[in-house]
Design a protein around this ligand. Structure first.
Ligand code: PGA
Length: 251
């Protein structure tokens, strides 16, 4: 099954308005005309509209870095799916390891966010991944299975067609330590097999599974050559136009 590659840049808590607009413009330029892949940027909420404005008319997709399950209300510090959409976004990263580890979001809350995003027509990117301790304790697959099963509770087959999964081993995020292509492929194959037990096989075969964790120009090509790796979720290397453009243009 041929899946359309998705190269996503997560800016995390970086870039004020001017820097964000400049970086977005450069990425817009270097992704123009790439018709065989999707490019996505997840800027901070404060610059979602500006980035969407700069990229108007381009094919670059805009995502929020998280999203609430409610449409509006007393949820201080949160952002609703309608707000993301009105700012020009069409997707949302959910369950990023920094949300899980630093802000103690658990699988139950992440599931609510996923269901909320789907209900309002945003494409959710569900992030999963084990810590170093879990890997060394041989709990990787147990952790991934729990994150997938609980994160996707109540997601229908129709919903699953609108989902992206990102495997991001926590020990590889921001550390410069990338999973080897074999480690990444093995985890991706495990996730796809699990999805084929939970959903129809053609759905599991069509879901895009991104790899994240120190993806950079030097390793993107070999990662993207793996059969079950359908894209990348990039942090640090997405903050620099030259390196992200190289990643987008992987061969
Ligand atoms: P990194 O971050 O590329 O800086 O490791 C990846 C991520 O957190 O999505």
């Amino acid at each position: 099954m041929k899946r359309r590659p998705l190269l996503a840049g997560n800016w995390k808590m970086h870039n004020t308005v001017i820097d964000a607009c400049q970086l977005a413009a450069e990425i817009g330029k270097c992704s123009a005309g790439l018709s065989d892949r999707d490019v996505l940027l997840a800027p901070p909420y404060t610059v979602l509209s500006e980035v969407a404005h700069v990229l108007q008319g381009s094919e670059v997709l805009i995502a929020s870095q998280n999203v609430c399950w409610e449409e509006q209300g007393a949820f201080t510090g949160e952002i609703s799916p309608a707000m993301v959409k009105s700012a020009g976004g069409s997707a949302a990263i959910i369950g990023h390891s920094e949300r899980r580890q630093i802000f103690h979001e658990d699988n139950g809350m992440i599931n609510k966010r996923i269901l909320g995003a789907l209900a309002f027509g945003l494409l959710p990117i569900l992030c999963i991944g084990e810590t170093l301790e879990e890997r060394e304790g041989e709990k990787t697959y147990q952790v991934l299975e729990e994150q997938i099963r609980k994160g996707l509770a109540g997601v229908s087959s129709e919903g699953m067609k609108e989902m992206v999964v990102a495997y991001e081993p926590v020990w590889a995020i921001g550390t410069g330590k990338t999973a080897t292509k074999e480690q990444a492929q093995e985890a991706h194959a495990f996730v796809r097999k699990l999805l084929s037990e939970m959903y129809e096989k053609d759905i599991a075969d069509s879901v895009r599974i991104l790899y994240g964790g120190s993806v950079k120009p030097a390793n993107v090509d070999e990662l993207m050559a793996q059969i079950d790796i359908d894209g990348a979720l990039v942090g640090g290397a997405a903050l620099n136009a030259e390196s992200f453009c190289r990643i987008i243009n992987f061969t």
